[in-house]
Design a protein around this ligand. Structure first.
Ligand code: HEM
Length: 155
């Protein structure tokens, strides 16, 4: 089972009753730890792919991407660290989503970013990556995007 019924996808108080899929959480966490052991390699691969396929978004970002690569990695770390207590990151993700309106991010960019991010993870992880991880990370990033977009809409 995936994490589609993870609490982050539901508004409180319904989330309190939703069982957490421990095995999925463990897989998300350990796959992130492996990726993060290589520092910002995964996020560097992600931005390279994003800018190659969608050159139009390059100008939204700073010229030097080093800091940005670290910030994206840190936000993913915060998400995997709080999978059992999503409320702790929910408010931060909404704030982040609201900031993204000023950055020029559009709702239609989110699925693109999520898809390319999972591809970058698979490439950075190499042999250890599995279709289950692709599916669970896609679901996790959909949830993150959903919360960020709520923030973007001022909800
Ligand atoms: C999974 C979804 C996303 C996550 C977790 C994420 C994460 C972040 C983080 C942590 C920052 C740094 C914020 C700060 O400095 O306070 C950031 C900045 C930024 N993000 Fe995202 N982001 C996501 C989606 C997107 C999308 C869909 C776009 C659209 C192209 C985008 C474009 C940007 C831009 C342009 C910046 C600002 C760069 C700068 O000028 O410093 N992000 N993002």
């Amino acid at each position: 089972m995936g994490i589609s019924r993870h609490p982050l996808s539901n508004p409180p108080p319904a989330w309190a009753k939703v069982p957490i899929d421990r095995a999925a959480i463990e897989r998300l966490r350990s796959s992130f730890q492996l990726l993060a052991a290589d520092g910002t390699r995964v996020t560097a691969i992600f931005y390279a792919k994003l800018f190659e396929r969608y050159p139009g978004v390059r100008t939204l970002f700073p010229t030097d991407m080093k800091a940005q690569e670290g910030k994206l990695l840190d936000s993913l770390r915060a998400v995997v660290e709080h999978l059992e207590a999503p409320d702790a990151v929910r408010a931060k993700l909404k704030e982040l989503g609201a900031k993204h309106v000023k950055y020029g991010a559009k709702p239609e960019h989110y699925p693109i970013v999520s898809e390319i991010l999972v591809e970058a993870m698979a490439e950075a992880a190499g042999k250890g990556w599995t279709p289950t991880l692709t599916s669970e990370w896609s679901q996790a990033l959909d949830i993150v995007s959903g919360v960020m977009l709520e923030g973007a809409e001022g909800k």
